[in-house]
Design a protein around this ligand. Structure first.
Ligand code: SF4
Length: 384
């Protein structure tokens, strides 16, 4: 089954990465001048070389001007709105061993691992919907023997009863699995490549299906082919040199724009912060670097949604709102049953940084001059 990953569409993405090896990117970074940054900033349409200029250390003195332009573009494309969503963890069982993750099969923990029953999923949905959410992201580990595509499809159908928009962030699937999920109410797939550097990917993902770099690289192609309306991707910031990975991410976005032109694309900015003991984040990304990456990618992809989760601390989320963010999670729990039965203390994937309630986040968004939006209006448009 996994050999299907080597389809012609997929190979073209691999070809793209092979055309842009690290050495080529380093050479381009090495010759960026302030004039090139200025020129990249003033264009309407930007190339990969422009993006490299904007991501480079030479662009740091231009950050304020870049932030103003990112703000202007975001207002033009999205208006003064921030859409709210929250995750529901369906299961914390995982057969993979990703060294940075609290759900890893090798995690040193005594906290219970569970997979929610249909009744428990409904209870989570009811609790979250009661907070006002209309948009939800369903998550599992990588354990299809426990949380099968059929189980996830059933969870989508249950969630659809409560939410106008249902996305999943689960393991890589086949096209027919995504078709099944779509038939059960799915409209979004989030899947991070984590890092595009194949050697680092192999070192970070030691066992399990997720270890298959090539299969993961082609996942969003399959989801787009199956008709998934919203595709979200990103890199796990901290695994590899962010300036290199961000360019590969942009190349992937361009690839998806061509291959999955019927899907809306968005980028997430997950930053590795709390990791299991014994693992040190290889290349930590500072607040300023995260902001630079966000505004540079906003200038490159004016129409892409930008998601910012509660992994980031409240002070930083507040500051990043005007720089291109379009979707924010709030009041999140990263443990199964975390909304309806928080007293159960099932194993959580990671500690969230922004622990404010949804009401507090809504207040912050309003204070910043934006309208918090609970409903995914695109969904209503597609259904009309
Ligand atoms: S990142 Fe995903 S696949 Fe890897 S250990 Fe965590 S839950 Fe499992």
């Amino acid at each position: 089954m996994l050999s299907a990953a080597r389809s012609s569409v997929f190979m073209s993405m691999l070809d793209i990465l092979q055309n842009w090896p690290r050495t080529r990117l380093e050479d381009l970074y090495g010759v960026v001048t302030p004039e090139q940054v200025d020129s990249a900033l003033s264009r309407d349409y930007r190339t990969i070389q422009d993006l490299i200029a904007l991501l480079s250390p030479q662009a740091v003195p231009f950050l304020e001007a870049m932030a103003r332009e990112a703000h202007r573009i975001t207002l033009r494309q999205f208006g003064r709105t921030i859409s709210l969503y929250a995750p529901i963890y369906l299961s914390n069982v995982c057969a993979a061993n990703c060294v940075y993750c609290g759900f890893s099969a090798c995690a040193d923990t005594t906290q219970p691992r569970v997979t929610l029953s249909e009744d428990a999923i409904a209870a989570e949905c009811e609790a979250l919907a009661g907070m006002g959410y209309k948009s939800v992201l369903l998550l599992t580990g990588d354990a299809p023997a426990i949380a099968s595509p059929q189980y996830i499809a059933r969870a989508c159908a249950i969630a659809r009863h409560w939410f106008s928009s249902v996305g999943v962030e689960v393991y890589s699937m086949e096209e027919e699995d995504y078709t099944l999920l779509c038939r059960n109410g799915l409209d979004g797939v989030t899947l991070y490549m984590e890092t595009y550097d194949e050697a680092t990917y192999a070192a970070m993902h030691r066992t399990g299906r997720k270890k298959n770099y090539l299969y993961r690289l082609s996942t969003l192609d399959r989801a787009g082919k199956a008709g998934v309306r919203r595709l979200s991707t990103g890199i796990l910031l901290g695994l590899y040199d962010w300036r290199i990975d961000a360019v590969w991410l942009a190349l992937h976005m361009q690839h998806l724009q061509k291959q999955c032109w019927q899907s809306a694309l968005s980028i997430s900015f997950p930053r590795l912060r709390h990791v299991p003991g014994g693992f040190a984040v290889p290349t930590p990304v500072s607040d300023a670097e995260l902001a630079q990456m966000m505004v540079a990618l906003r200038l490159m992809f004016p129409e892409a949604g930008f998601n910012l989760s509660t992994r980031e601390p409240s002070y930083l989320r507040d500051r990043l709102v005007p720089l291109g963010v379009t979707h924010m999670s709030a009041g999140s729990s990263t443990r199964p049953g975390g909304y309806a039965r928080p007293e159960d203390h099932h194993l959580a994937q990671f500690e969230i940084e922004d622990t404010r309630s949804p009401a507090e986040v809504v207040k912050m968004i309003s204070r910043a001059g934006y309208d918090p939006v609970w409903k995914d209006f695109d969904q209503a448009f597609f259904e009309s």
